[in-house]
Structures are given as C-alpha cells and as structure tokens.
Design a protein around this ligand. Structure first.
Ligand SMILES: Cc1cc2nc3c(=O)[nH]c(=O)nc-3n(C[C@H](O)[C@H](O)[C@H](O)COP(=O)(O)OP(=O)(O)OC[C@H]3O[C@@H](n4cnc5c(N)ncnc54)[C@H](O)[C@@H]3O)c2cc1C
Length: 366
C-alpha cells in the first residue's frame, strides 16, 4: 500500500459496514480459508466457462473473444513460490496449467520475449478465455430481446416491499422521470410484481436489501484504460495478469485494455490521473510500443465484493427471492455459470454443480 504504484488503497468512508466488511475479510486471510474459497470459485468459474462455450455454439455470439488462455506473470521468486499453493487447488479441480520459467514465457505470449529479464516466470492457464464484456452483454441482450425478453432500461428500483414472509412487489421509477429526480421521494413509483425475483444489483444490492437481509457485499473500486493498438507484433495475444500490480492486460481485435487496482472508498466513481499513469506504465513496461497511450479511454467501476471472495448465488429466507451478487473481480468469469445455476434453482431442476456453499447461508444468515 505504500508503494508508488500500489494496487490497494483504503480510505474510511464513514460507515460501520466498511469496517465490519474489512474485519470479515481479515478473518478470511488464512491458508485454510484461502484454499476453501479458491476451490469454490474455481468450481463456479470452470462451470461458467463450459456454459459460455455452449452459449457461443448455440448463438454464434461474437465479442472479440479469444480462447488462448491467460498468463499470470511474476516479477519475484517469492511470487513463483506462492504460485505452488494455487497449483494444488488447480490440480485438485483438474484445471490444466503450466508453470513457465522466464525463458519459456514466450511460448504463451511471444511479445514478452523482449522484457523477460524483469520477470521470474508465469502460471499459464491455457483453457482461460478473454473478450470484450460490454460487447458480450449488449449483444446477448439483443439476442434475448429477439426471443421475447422485455428489458426495462432507465428504470430505477426504489424499494422492495416484503409482506407476510414474501417479497410482495417492487416500487420502480420509470423512464419518464428526469435522472436528477430519480431518487426523490415525491416521484410517483410504479408497482411491479413477479412470481420470483433475482437480486443482481451488484454493490447496490446491500442497500436495496437493507432491513430485509444483511448482505456482506461492499464496493471495491477499479480502473481500466482502453487503448488503440499501435503494433500488433508487440502486443499480447490474450490476457496477462501482472501479479505485482494486480492488473490485467487484455488484447481485443484492434485495442488493448488494461485494468485492475482495488480501492475501498465507498461508492465513489471519480477517475484518477495517478491511476491512469500507473496503468499506462504497466502496458508500456510489459508491451513497449504496442499501444497508442495518447488515445486512452479511462473508466472506473465498482466490484461487488464479498469478504470470502465467493459470490452469493442461490436461495434466501424468502421463497420467491434469490440472490446473484458479490462476484467481485470475476463477475464475467462466473456469469454464465451463475445464471445457469439460478435458472435451474428457479425451475426446480437439479443444478449441474454443488451449490449449497454458494448461498448466503454460509454467512449463517438464513
Ligand atoms: C476495472 C475492473 C476490471 C474488471 N475486470 C474483470 C475481468 O477481467 N473479468 C471478470 O470476470 N470481471 C471483471 N470485473 C468485475 C466485473 O465487472 C463485475 O464482477 C461484474 O460487472 C458484476 O456484474 P453484475 O451483473 O453483478 O453487476 P453490474 O455489472 O454492476 O450490474 C448491476 C446493475 O444494476 C443496476 N442497478 C443498481 N441499482 C439499481 C436500482 N436501484 N435500480 C435499477 N438498476 C440498478 C446498475 O445500473 C447495473 O447496471 C472487473 C471490474 C472492474 C471494476
């Protein structure tokens, strides 16, 4: 946290939820908890990848996707040694991997040959996939709409109303409301009712469920830059995760995206020149000359994090309310599997994977 390009930053946001969440997070920082949590996440992520493969085959969806694996690069011997623990989990979950010494990094990412002297090695996961998640979600929504799904954009859920042990209805502000009025109490809200409800409001899920369910989800802010490709020969082929700076550099067709960092600063989405400079430094350090740094598009987002890193997917104490939130840094990675799992639960089908330990009940909240 004290380094110039530190990946983690914490600022008190004045709420006890932040303090409690950090306390819960600290309790997860033991080797045993790490292994348990990582194993749960690998289970869901592997399932999600299979569901995504199926979806791609069935729909032909394109999102500048690449199926060429990901490479986590290390800059110190200590990082290489720590990777041995991850390898145990991967072995246990039958996830193919290769631990590459510095001289073999180019096998996974040829452009790293030029900078290998500053790296100690890497962990290559050849079955990992990458792509542009915004293209994926918007094209998937179009396909779903063509099949009859009705999306209500520009609608703001104001409140969940619980009556007699069930979620009775939602109060929703519709699109006619000017955005600066959207939270105002005097605005007339529409009542909406459904057979079943899935809470998927990411970091905002906790506030929405306040007084109904105590959800341990807190926003962890991250930044990304999208840069035009300048020289494809110098660029990554897929995704590189830099363990030192906790960032990922991803290749799209004609662009490179670099994203990462973790800030515990509440619901603040402001951009930061310092963070932008760090992200540019990392791209230029690993792939010098690959991207046009002068035309960077900056973005920030909030990752809905749980203290144990595992998302919360499944039933609640209300038989018509389900949760699909808390996916943290891996929301797309786990999206298709979480969606399929919930669809199975809602339809009273037996899910393909074990799911009890993904539900909220693991926090001893009914
Ligand atoms: C910099 C950065 C890089 C990342 N990189 C990766 C990556 O490489 N791979 C990966 O898998 N994940 C990555 N993530 C994480 C991923 O983006 C999240 O986990 C994911 O977006 C969570 O998805 P979600 O659908 O739960 O929530 P969101 O995508 O945040 O969607 C929640 C939606 O709820 C809406 N909403 C909130 N409140 C209300 C309300 N009251 N009424 C109506 N609508 C409401 C919001 O507008 C939003 O559209 C990254 C995140 C960041 C910040």
């Amino acid at each position: 946290m004290l380094r110039r390009h530190a990946p983690l930053f914490i600022k008190p946001d004045g709420t006890w939820q932040q303090l409690r969440w950090m306390w819960q997070l600290l309790q997860q920082c033991t080797p045993a908890r790490y292994e348990q949590n990582k194993a749960r996440m690998v289970r869901l992520a592997e399932y999600s990848r299979d569901c995504l493969d199926q979806l791609r085959q069935q729909t032909g969806i394109h999102y500048e996707g690449r199926q060429q694996g990901t490479l986590q690069v290390f800059r110190t011997q200590e990082q290489m040694d720590n990777a041995l623990r991850d390898i145990e989990v991967l072995r246990y979950a039958h996830v193919p991997f290769e631990l590459l010494p510095r001289d073999l990094l180019a096998k996974a990412e040829p452009a790293l040959e030029r900078v290998k002297t500053q790296l100690t090695g890497g962990l290559w996961l050849p079955h990992d996939q990458t792509g542009d998640c915004q293209l994926f979600t918007s094209r998937l929504a179009q396909m779903a709409a063509q099949r009859g799904v009705r999306f209500l954009y520009q609608h703001h859920i104001k409140q969940l109303v619980v009556e007699q042990g069930r979620l009775s209805h939602l109060l929703v502000n519709s699109e006619q409301v000017p955005s600066h009025h959207i939270q105002a109490d005097h605005v007339q809200a529409e009542r909406m009712q459904a057979d079943a409800y899935v809470m998927a409001l990411a970091s905002y899920s906790r506030q929405m469920l306040q007084g109904v369910i105590d959800l341990p989800v807190y926003p962890v802010k991250g930044y990304s830059l999208t840069l035009p490709l300048q020289d494809a020969n110098l660029a990554p082929q897929s995704t590189i995760l830099d363990e030192t700076y906790k960032t990922a550099v991803t290749r799209f067709d004609q662009r490179i995206r670099v994203g990462g960092m973790a800030e515990l600063v509440g619901f603040n989405l402001s951009l930061s020149r310092r963070r932008e400079a760090t992200l540019k430094m990392i791209v230029e350090n690993l792939f010098p000359g690959a991207a046009d740094l002068s035309h960077a598009q900056a973005w920030s987002g909030l990752r809905p994090m749980t203290p144990d890193g595992t998302p919360i997917v499944g039933h609640t104490q209300f038989n018509n309310l389900y949760l699909n939130t808390g996916h943290g840094t891996l929301g797309w990675t786990m999206a298709c599997g979480s969606g399929r799992l919930l669809a199975d639960l809602l339809s009273a089908r037996q899910p393909d994977i074990a799911y009890q330990d993904l539900a909220l009940s693991r926090y001893h909240i009914p």
